[in-house]
Design a binder for this molecule. Sequence first.
Ligand code: NDP
Ligand code: MG
Length: 376
Amino acid sequence: MKKKISILGSTGSIGRQALEVIERLQDKFEIIALTGGSNTELLNEQIRNFKPQYAYASDISAIEGAKPLSLEEICANKENDIILIAVSGKIGLRPAITAIKNGIDIALANKETLVMAGDIVMPLARRFGVNIVPVDSEHCAIHQCIKDISQVDKLIITASGGPFLRKTVEEMKNATVEQALAHPRWHMGKKITVDSATLMNKGLEVIEAHHLFGIDYGKIEVVVHPQSIVHSAIEYVDGSVIAQLGLPSMHIPIQYAITYPKRFKGIKSRSFSFSEIARLDFEKPDWDKFKALKLAYSAGEAGGAAPVCLNAANEEAVFAFLKGQIKLFDIVNIVEEMMSKQRNRKNLSIDDVFEIDTEIRAKTNELILKCKESCK
Ligand code: NDP
Ligand code: MG
């Protein structure tokens, strides 16, 4: 029987690659819904090719050939066996909760869902018996390594180091948007690419890992691994280390997450060869150059409103950087200032999370405005 799937964010980097995976596995999947944001031209092309029953776009009147539904309506449709959540930003959170409450498994690319509300989402998933299988390559690697979580002593999350790994602080200070978007290993959406340049992405991934696997922050280590071959690893209590390796391609974790627990022959550019790769390097991250990592650990450890603040302030600052309004280092400085100002509320409901998110975004934009003035 075909697995029935909906893809939220099918016009994005992850969404498009998911459709490439599904195109190869046509006899395994039936697409129920596809969704885009502003790129309705691509969404309509996908509708013609994959014939979903339902679709969503920011302008629903522009959808051709499928019935328009909201993201939450799509996630409430129990016809789905699994929903791939590959929208970017906070818009992934409510649909994720709706899918869980309807008992539908999730392949989760949208890391903001767990950064903002991991304390709500994970217990809810357990209550409704829903699987959340990570698409993020590091978490997907760890998911593949873990047999018994109670015997895991440490998670080791790898980071490519991004485009500024070998650059000086001075060079980073004057980095252009173009330089920040030139990621050496991965071709991703713009927001996550800038986060990879500041290493905020790795910080968000530490918080994501804490929630997905229920491991304390003190037992999550980040290591820089420029070749991006070892996607992450775990150390068991007896000292055994299990790592997941593969050529850097998001097709692999996407396919794993949507076909789990089965595996099928996938899109492989070439076969894996240790001798061709020849060497694997590892080093400690430069905590002074990449302050974002430190901020993320402390936000995660503080819990409650702190990671909501981290995520919201960072997202607004990244957008401002992409518009040329602030410099690269301003992003992390702005996040740090917002973190220092927020009063850390605990035991949040989903409505609290969104209220804090909105408040932080407004205050961050005031700070961005000041920063813009002083940069002139
Ligand atoms: P993209 O920016 O490429 O894609 C985002 C998707 O979300 C697009 O389909 C976009 O539609 C849609 N979207 C954006 N805003 C809205 C909106 N207001 N309403 C409805 N849909 C909207 O991002 P990525 O694919 O790179 O990343 C998606 C998520 O996956 C992020 O959370 C990211 O952190 C995570 N992730 C991505 C990885 C990657 O390799 N790219 C790796 C690991 C995690 P449109 O383009 O039509 O406007
Ligand atoms: Mg990742």
